[in-house]
Structures are given as structure tokens and as C-alpha cells.
Write a protein that binds this ligand. Structure first.
Ligand code: FE2
Length: 300
């Protein structure tokens, strides 16, 4: 049973680094850290070094990183990947150094071709980063990401059976919400049927206050940031949500509140019908631009 700590960070490709740093800092409320003239830019919304790292590229997903619970989980993960016939290699030294992580492995998820790192935290005491100070929104954490996958059932099975992610809820044969066991959050990761395509679906930031959702709605309107869904409420996780587009059209989400699961004796996953009310109990309209941009960078 491989054990994880959390969704650690996302590496995103964007077309204009300065423009996207400004958006994630000034509109979404992350803190920009490090130099402003480098080929990668770090933003944070936690006490870690970073939660998002931006690269210049075809807008979408460059890499996902999950933190394992502790060092003994790494050989368990390596054995599980090997047994499943999935290639793995150590995270390159330059990325370990730049991302301030401990050691880990990198794999290409066989169905979506997404690059995923699994790492162990660096040595204790190596995290001397100052507290994250919220600005325009009281962001609690990088919450989750959802991928669209061309091979829906196979991808769900891979994450569940090989990686030991646990299923919290499903909507028809269209969406699966998963937690990176034993992290209690209803979902840190999700998969959506991509109907033949694999792309990044959206990136979520959790906020601590319902007011952050309402204030963001008016901030987005004032700044001409397209709102593409919400405000509404997901009946699966019970989160109140608001979705908007970043400067490249990547879908980003704020959410408030989320069901949490105990490690032992969790409720069984539910299967909700594939109807709009299963996605939003408030039945707000969905803009056709939602989830439209999000190329998954193919392995080099
Ligand atoms: Fe979400």
C-alpha cells in the first residue's frame, strides 16, 4: 500500500512567463518567489518552496509532482511500477536541485503520457521558507488537478490499482475523483473522459473563506478575466467553486470546503448519474471555453 503525503506541485507551460506570473500573483493571489528573469518561475501558496512552477511552452501541463509520505514508500512505488511494466528513472539531479525536493522517480503515465514525479521530502530542517502571506485570496493550498484522458477506464485502473490512489466518487463513466491515500482530501487528483484526447482539464486552488469565492467573482469581472463556470457547488466533494481562464486559456478553479476522509473505514465511493446536477447542484451554465486549453507535454 503506497502512501502519499500530498499533491506537491504542478509545472505548467505558458506562452508568456511575465504575463502568467502577473496573473497567478496579482489575480489569483500566489506569491512569486525567486528571480524574474529565469526560464522557470516559481509561485507559492503554502509554506513550501513553490506550488506552481512556470515554464515557457505550449500552454498546459509539463509535469505533476506528488510527495510520498516517507522514504520507505519510494521502493514500494518503484516495485509497483516495475511490476506494472512502467518505465521509471530517477528524477534528474538538476530538477531535484531546482525544485528543492528529496530524491524520487519520474515516470510517464502510460495512458495520458503525462510526466509524473514522486519524491521524498528533503531532509528535516531544509524547508526554511517564510510563511505564505495571502493577498487577494486566502489560498489554503494547491488543491488538485484533473486530467482528461483518452483511455479513461485504463487510466482510472492505473492510478487505483498500481499507484494506490483511492476513489472517492465517480460521475457516470465520465469523471473519477481520487485521493492520494492516506491524504484525507476528497480529491487531490481527478480523471475525466477525454473522448479520444488527453489534456490538462483544470488546476485548483483551495481557499479558506466563502468570501474568497464571491470577492474573486467580482475581481475577475472587473479585470475581464473570463469566468467559465460558477459560482456553484459540487455535490461530490461539497465544494463551492468558481472557474476562470488564465491568460493562455488554461482553466483554473478556486474552491471552498471539501469533504475529508478518514484513513480507515472511509465511506465507499459513490456513483452519481451523468447529469449536470452531479457537477453543479446550483446548475450554473458552463462556458464552452472551459477546459479547452491544456496540452500535455510529451516526454522528451
Ligand atoms: Fe476541481
Amino acid at each position: 500500500m503506497i502512501r502519499y503525503r500530498r499533491l506537491a506541485y504542478l509545472a505548467l507551460n505558458v506562452s508568456d512567463l511575465d504575463r502568467s506570473v502577473a496573473f497567478y500573483r496579482d489575480v489569483m493571489g500566489l506569491q512569486h518567489v525567486g528571480a524574474s528573469d529565469t526560464p522557470l518561475r516559481f509561485l507559492r501558496c503554502s509554506d513550501k518552496h513553490h506550488d506552481i512552477v512556470l515554464y515557457r511552452g505550449d500552454p498546459g501541463l509539463k509535469r505533476i509532482a506528488f510527495e510520498l509520505e516517507s522514504a520507505p514508500e519510494l521502493p514500494k512505488l518503484q516495485a509497483a511500477l516495475q511490476a506494472a511494466g512502467v518505465a521509471q528513472r530517477p528524477i534528474p539531479d538538476e530538477d531535484v536541485a531546482a525544485m528543492r525536493t528529496g530524491p524520487g522517480v519520474r515516470m510517464i503515465e502510460p495512458n495520458t503520457q503525462a510526466t509524473i514525479d514522486f519524491f521524498v521530502a528533503g531532509p528535516a530542517g531544509s524547508d526554511p521558507y517564510p510563511p505564505f502571506v495571502p493577498t487577494v485570496a486566502k489560498i489554503e493550498r494547491l488543491g488538485h488537478l484533473v486530467l482528461k484522458t483518452a483511455r479513461y477506464r485504463e487510466t482510472v485502473d492505473f492510478f487505483h490499482q498500481v499507484l494506490n490512489f483511492q476513489i472517492s466518487d465517480q460521475i457516470g463513466e465520465a469523471v473519477t475523483f481520487m485521493r492520494c491515500f492516506p491524504n484525507p482530501l476528497h480529491h487531490s487528483f481527478g480523471l475525466a473522459d477525454g473522448k479520444g484526447q488527453s489534456t490538462l482539464h483544470h488546476v485548483n486552488f483551495m481557499v479558506t473563506d466563502i468570501d474568497d469565492i464571491g470577492v474573486a467573482m467580482w475581481r475577475f469581472k472587473r479585470l475581464d478575466v473570463p469566468i467559465v463556470f460558477g459560482p456553484g457547488r459540487h455535490p461530490t466533494s461539497n465544494s463551492i467553486f468558481l472557474y476562470a481562464l488564465d491568460p493562455d486559456g488554461i482553466t483554473v478553479e478556486y474552491s471552498f470546503g471539501m469533504e475529508q476522509f478518514p484513513e480507515s473505514g472511509p465511506r465507499p465511493p459513490r456513483l452519481l448519474p451523468a447529469v449536470p446536477k452531479s457537477v453543479d447542484s446550483w446548475e450554473s451554465p458552463i462556458d464552452t471555453r472551459k477546459n479547452g486549453v491544456g496540452t500535455i507535454e510529451l516526454p522528451q
